[in-house]
Design a protein around this ligand. Structure first.
Ligand code: CS2
Length: 499
């Protein structure tokens, strides 16, 4: 029996030939990108694109330095340290087989809680051209309803008191940018890779607010020298499970402590606004466009909201994975109608994009039985996701006097989800930064559904819209009484105006 090899630089030459490994000299790579938030998504997406550039085009000046900001990041830091920054990307192909590739583009890693000054110095290094971010939808610290930076957040208060040992991305960036200004270094790009409408604009807004309050003298330099391109990012990247690690060990003879698994599909559409230049990611499939907003709109409102829809409905019904929910014919019809009747009218002109094909491809991706994307992943942190993925559709449909029964039902399902128990009486955990408030509001909603809509940072003034409130109330009461399946079937059977 063949034995597996522990993944590290030295062992790369012993890796089986059916696995692609970095053939470039990693010691020669110059780091020009600092990435904050090295989660699975970064590893299946940006780090992969960058690895392809190094491998196929011999580009040597776009190495990535990963930064772990949170205590939670200690695990990935330790693992990547043990593995010399290497990890395996396992793509689950459409026929259920895996293909494996060792990614080498992360050439450095700093664990911020252990060494905050090293992070500030790194971002202020003259070679650094881009600071990219995957800090999650909720990480931008803006109140969803008001759009204002939340200065009451305890970690922000801490950062304002201790600027030299920050904890948040805003504290770090502000200190590092200040150094760059003092050292008269050139401009830099801050590149958000999170699922947010206008993610670059949002990052800019949040950081501007923070700088205004804490280092106002930095503002003129900041406005002149820092750019924030918007981007649409896409690749479904489920949580890595033990079985993935075992398959990698048995089939590919690689012993990797934390491989990353993804679907084959990948997309990255970016506004070409980089202050200090950028890698030629277009050579490996990224698209550079002038205005990315329509792409973002389409992806967030169809894919991400579609995920939330399947996640919430599926969770209540007792499914564990997105493919189970998406292959349930009732939920599939509900999803397709939601996309066609409620989202499509809000998307405006999408130029060249063939929306029909795009929507069809989404259903196929959701239904891929090999991906096994956990519903618990999709439903986590919904308080940050729903206002971005779903509520804009409701607001636009209200304005355009369109149908909102499905989107509204998903909001009701989300409220019901926060009861913490599915329709088979099985408990699950509500993983959400706002879990206490959500659970309390869901409990109160048994008496009066409107209680849930009173969560101001999420719903803002939507509560003032009579039609929305009324249809939410009916949907929630009916859901609790008849169960998700019956309600979905009823909605599926209704006549709907496709105008
Ligand atoms: C998901 C996304 O977190 C979620 O709710 O919708 O992580 C989704 O899988 C990615 O955006 C796909 O690109």
């Amino acid at each position: 029996m063949k034995t597996s090899v522990v993944l590290n630089q030295e062992n790369l030459s012993s890796v089986l030939s059916n696995v692609k490994v970095p053939n470039y000299n990693r010691d020669e790579i110059i780091t020009s990108i600092v990435h904050i938030g090295v989660g699975n998504f970064h590893r299946s997406h940006q780090a992969y694109y960058t690895d392809m550039l190094m491998e196929q085009f011999g580009v040597t000046d776009c190495g990535i330095c990963g930064i772990g900001l949170l205590d939670y990041d200690r695990k990935i830091y330790n693992i990547l340290k043990d593995q010399d920054g290497l990890y395996t990307l396992m793509v689950k192909e459409l026929d259920g087989t895996y293909s494996a590739r060792v990614i080498g583009s992360i050439v450095e890693f700093i664990f911020a809680p252990e060494n905050p000054l090293a992070v500030i110095e790194k971002i202020a290094h003259p070679d650094i051209k881009i600071v990219s971010l995957t800090i999650t939808e909720g990480g931008y610290n803006l109140n969803e309803a008001t759009g204002k930076f939340d200065f009451s957040n305890p970690v922000i208060i801490e950062d304002m008191k201790n600027p030299r040992s920050p904890k948040t991305v805003f504290g770090y960036l502000t200190q590092a940018l200040k150094l760059r200004m003092e050292r008269e270094l050139g401009g830099i790009t801050i590149q958000s890779c999170d699922n947010i409408q206008g993610n670059g604009d949002v990052a800019k807004k949040a950081l501007t607010d923070y700088i205004k309050e804490t280092e106002p003298d930095l503002l003129p330099w900041f406005e002149e020298n820092v750019s924030f391109p918007n981007a649409m990012v896409d690749r479904i990247t489920p949580v890595t499970v033990l079985e993935d690690k075992e398959i990698l060990k048995e089939e590919f003879l690689i012993d990797d402590q934390w491989p990353v698994v993804s679907e084959p599909f990948i997309q990255w559409v970016i506004e070409d606004d980089f202050k200090a230049g950028r890698p030629v990611w277009e050579k490996v499939g990224a698209q550079f466009v002038e205005n990315v907003i329509p792409f973002e709109n389409m992806k967030l409102r169809l894919l991400n909201a579609g995920h939330t829809l399947l996640g919430m409905l599926g969770a209540l019904y007792g499914y564990d994975t997105i493919d189970e929910a998406a292959n349930d014919p009732d939920f599939e019809k509900f999803l397709v109608d939601f996309m066609d009747i409620e989202v499509t009218p809000t998307l405006g002109d999408l130029g060249e994009i063939n929306l029909k094909d795009y929507k069809k491809s989404l259903v196929d991706r959701f239904q891929n039985i090999y991906i096994k994307d956990l519903i618990s992943r999709i439903c986590s942190e919904s308080s940050a996701k729903v206002p971005i993925f779903l509520l804009p559709t409701i607001k636009d449909q209200i304005t355009g006097k369109g149908n909102i029964s499905r989107a509204n039902f998903v909001v009701a399902a989300w409220c019901r989800y926060n009861d913490g128990v599915d329709e088979n009486n099985k408990d699950y955990e509500i993983k959400d930064a706002m879990s206490d408030r959500l659970i309390r509001a869901a409990a109160l909603s048994h008496k009066d559904p409107v209680e849930f809509l009173k969560i101001e940072p999420i719903f803002g003034d939507l509560i003032e819209n009579k039609d929305f409130v009324e249809s939410f109330t009916i949907a929630l009461e009916k859901l609790r009484e008849k169960g998700v399946k019956n309600c979905v079937q009823d909605i599926n059977a209704t006549e709907t105006n496709l105008s």
